[in-house]
Every structure is written in structure tokens, then in C-alpha cells.
Ligand binder design. Sequence first.
Ligand SMILES: Nc1ncnc2c1ncn2[C@@H]1O[C@H](COP(=O)(O)OP(=O)(O)O)[C@@H](O)[C@H]1O
Ligand SMILES: [Mg+2]
Length: 263
Amino acid sequence: MITKPMIADGQPIIETLALEKAYHRTKPVLRAIDLSIRAGERVALIGANGSGKSTLLKCLIGLYPITGGTVRTFGQEFVRAPSPRQRADMRRRTGFVFQNHCLVRRRSVLSNVVHGLLGEPGSWRAFAQSIAPQDWRERAIEALAEVNLADKALERADALSGGQQQRVAIARALVRRPALLIADEPAASLDPVAGREMMELFIRLCAEHRITLLYTSHNMRHAAAFSERVIALSDGRIAFDSSSRDLTDQDLTMVFGAEAGDG
Ligand SMILES: Nc1ncnc2c1ncn2[C@@H]1O[C@H](COP(=O)(O)OP(=O)(O)O)[C@@H](O)[C@H]1O
Ligand SMILES: [Mg+2]
């Protein structure tokens, strides 16, 4: 088993200072973002469509270069973009779950989860579960058991329901044993019941494995009910950053505007 330096609860995992991101020079999508996310927190990033949530997630983990300010992730600071070494380190310690879970549809469920180990030393073997080392296969089966899908390991990914496929994506993120889990609209493509189950699963797994969770949502109930802290983006700036318990309907209306009645 690969051991990774643990970050004690309460220590910052991600910090940004005056982060700015522009796709086109004249029109920044994110402006003056100062935030600090501490180990063990469960944070919802909310905001209307186009407010910059997905962009911010990608900037925090160095998937997109930033155009101003600094980001410090796992204690490593970067301006513009992380170095290849920093990027590899972040990737190793972070699990991602995206809205369109990006499974390889024709591959087995187990293969898809083994893919989550890409980026680990020797990871070329993860391209096919048939040549993955035994301990990787075991780790993948373990991760599938955590999302109650061990019995589907050998089925083709596209034979599963949408909710099950999203759980495979969670297993693929967990198999790395990440310290941080980043999920972009993890429940958006699911019906309300499957969406709730998805969020409950996230919470349970993050608590059990002491994983810091940062997820985006444009569903107000998911934002308030499944997080401890809510950071709201509006027009590329932080509109508020508060404890979920203190969230008022007014806050949500301010962020979501006409969408406030949804979901
Ligand atoms: N790759 C890209 N190139 C250019 N503009 C983009 C790109 N991705 C997002 N944008 C723009 O940045 C803004 C924020 O988008 P996004 O981060 O996807 O918001 P959200 O996730 O909150 O819906 C939008 O105006 C969007 O059109
Ligand atoms: Mg988005």
C-alpha cells in the first residue's frame, strides 16, 4: 500500500489568493478569489449556470492555467500553472468525479476503476485490468464494494444504469485513496432519488476515509443539506462563504435568482 503524507484536520488543503482566470483577456471569468479549504471540510460551491464553478474547480487543481494570483494546493504554491511534479502530486492525492462521468463505455466496470490508478507509479499497466497487478485489481474490487457494485465488476460499463455508472465513477476516484475529492455537479444528471443517494454516499465515504469534499451544485437542497459550508459564486466573485446552517432563503435567491425555486 502506498502511504501518503496525511494532512491533519483543520489544516488548509487548498488556498487561493486573488485568483483570477480569464479565457479571453478582456473578460475574466473569476476575479479576486480568496478562499481556504481545510482538511476534513465538506464544502459546496454554488452559483447559477455560467458563474464559474467548473472553471474554479479546474483552476484549483491545475487543470487550467490561472491568469492572476496564486493557488496553494497540498502546501505547494503555484502561479499560472503547477509544475509537472506539482501536477503529478496533486493528481495522486485528488479524486475527481465529473458530471458526465467519462467512463469508457465498452470496457468492464473493473477496468474503469483500475483506470483510476493511472498516475500511480507503474501505471501504464492500468490501461487494461487484465494486465493490472493483482493488488490493483484487489484495490479496485474493494472500491467497487464501497459503492455496492462488486457484483457488477465484470459487466460492461454501459450496461449499468446512470446512477450505477456514477457510482463506478466514485469508485474510480476512491481507488487512489485520495485526501481530497472534487465533484462537479455529481448529481445533476440523475433523478431526485438517485441524486440524493449519490450525495449520501459521498458523505458516508468521505467521513469514513477522512476525505475532504468539494462539490459544485446548482441544486439548492443538495448545497444546503449535504455540506457544512457553502461558497457562492456570482459573476465570477465570491458572493458569500458561510456555514450551511446559517444559509437563508434570501442568500440562495441572491445567488440563484430566478432559478431559486428549482429542485
Ligand atoms: N473552455 C472555455 N473557453 C472559453 N470560455 C469558457 C470555457 N469554459 C467556460 N467558459 C466560460 O466561462 C464562464 C464560466 O463557465 P463555467 O466555469 O463552466 O461555469 P459553471 O460551472 O458555474 O456553469 C461561462 O461564461 C463560460 O461560457
Ligand atoms: Mg459547471
